[in-house]
Design a binder for this molecule. Sequence first.
Ligand SMILES: Cc1ncc(COP(=O)(O)O)c(C=O)c1O
Length: 363
Amino acid sequence: MSVDPRPELQYLKPAEHGGPDLAELNELGLSPDLILDFSTCINPFGPPPGWRKVLRSLPVEFYPDSDSTQLRRRLASKLGLSGERVLVGAGSVELLRLTTLSFLSPGDLVLIPQPTFGEYEMASRLAGARVLKVRGREEDDFRFDVEQLAHLLRRHRPRMIFLCNPNNPTGQYLKRQEVEVLLEASPESLLVLDEAYISFVRDPWPSLDLLNRGHVLILRSLTKDFSLAGVRLGYALASEKGISVLRRVQPPWSVNVVAQKLGLLALERDDWLEGCRRKLWREQVFLKRGISRLGFQVLPSKAHFFLVRVGRATRFRKLLLQRGILVRDCTSFGLPDHIRLSPRSRSHNRRLLLALSELREAL
Ligand SMILES: Cc1ncc(COP(=O)(O)O)c(C=O)c1O
């Protein structure tokens, strides 16, 4: 006898992400250690020195504290919020799924401005929701059209709206007034504000007081800030009621002992993050200038990563990969002519520029 899954899962495909595909590298005879990865947007400078040593003394034989109590409290006091308004998760992706499972019922409508992070649609569909997508126009560099979104919110009254700010993959950053327009247009919708990359915006506006409106949930990622992609660490901020629901839905022991410990250390290292941020901005300017000089169109971005128009992105990515350089083909975002790049160190960025100039000649 076979048991069918829920019908809405039948045609669900995993969202695509940057990062190396080991099977593909294998096929091309490339070693993962020798690949320069410009395709993910995490801090490329690694965690602070000394953190690896800490791992040796961790109590891995015990279950972790399901509430991440110490980390949650420290985070809350740093942000000036009560501990009941904070939930720590195994990356913001876990918190995203908890959010849709907690607040969406089958058939509910979710508004997802495009192009954006594919996991919003995935999480919404997993909860059985319907998804309404609306795209920013190419002539506006794919920026979300706030007036159009406000109109759709008033007209369709979706249960939830996702806003990635700054947006992945464009790096476009909505102003506070624009987010407020959307909040006012949707008093009955939960606005999920994904600030996974907020640490890499040069002049971010303060968003935490938006939580007082009751229908806002903010997601952030320590994974990106401190280069902990292999550890998985993020947090959600919302009303006490909202967080208490997510907490009930979260599996026990979700945030492991390594993540909790490194999270506590991260909260003491604003200096490290600030240093990395400055280097990244410098490298972003260097890279953008170099790429523009080669004649490629570089799109504006308020984050460290940015889009480049290359034409036939899938082929372009493959050609770069053969030269040991990995970039994000944006076809899965609905942008088949664009790649997304996230700067690395100066020497790595120089290698990327060299590979791009060789390709420019060859194409
Ligand atoms: C916009 C956005 N939000 C969340 C995430 C996931 O972050 P985490 O590693 O904290 O789960 C990503 C990862 O690519 C992302 O691009």
